[in-house]
Design a protein around this ligand. Sequence first.
Ligand code: ZN
Length: 188
Amino acid sequence: MTLPIVQYNSPILRKKGVKITTFDAALARLAADMIDTMHAAAGIGLAAQQIGQAIQLCVVDLRETDAEFQWELDGARPPLEIFMPLAVVNPVLIVVPEPTTSYEEGCLSFPEIRGDVVRPDKLSVKFQDLKGVPHLMVCDGLLSRCVQHEADHLNGVLFIDHMTKDVLAVIDPELKALKKRTREAAKK
Ligand code: ZN
C-alpha cells in the first residue's frame, strides 16, 4: 500500500526519529508500505519522516540504478537482489571524511527540485533489520550517499542543509513555491 509523501516544509521533516525498540508485524507492514511508496515514486530511498512518522526507519533500493558502487554486508558481498529493497532500522553511521564527492541529489519531499550536495564517499553503517538483528554495511558511491541522505532525514536534517549558498540561490524560488503549496495544502 502506498502512503502520502510529506512535502517540504512540513514540521515533521525536522523531527528527530525515536529509536525503534519493538520489532513486530506492524513495523514490517510499515516498512513494506514505505517500500511500495518509494517504488511508486521512483525513488531510491525513503525515510519514516517522509510518510509522517518520526522514528528511526528508512528504506533503500538501488537495484535499478546504473551507478557503480561497492558494498559489503556483514563481511560478505551478497548480490543487491538478495538484500534490496533494504529496511534500515536505528542506523548509526561512521563516515570516512575524505574523499568527498559532489552529486546532484533529489528528494521525494522536494518534487522536481535537485541540487549539488557534497558528501563523504565512504561509510560504515550499523543498523538493525525488521527482526531487530544487527548488521554492518560498508559502502561507497551512490549507496553511501543514499544512506547518508536517509539517515539525515531520521535526524531531521534535509539535503538543502548541505547545499552551498550558490546552489540554494538557484533553487530558492522553487523552494519558496513548494513551501507555499505545502502551507496551503495544510489549511484544507
Ligand atoms: Zn530525501
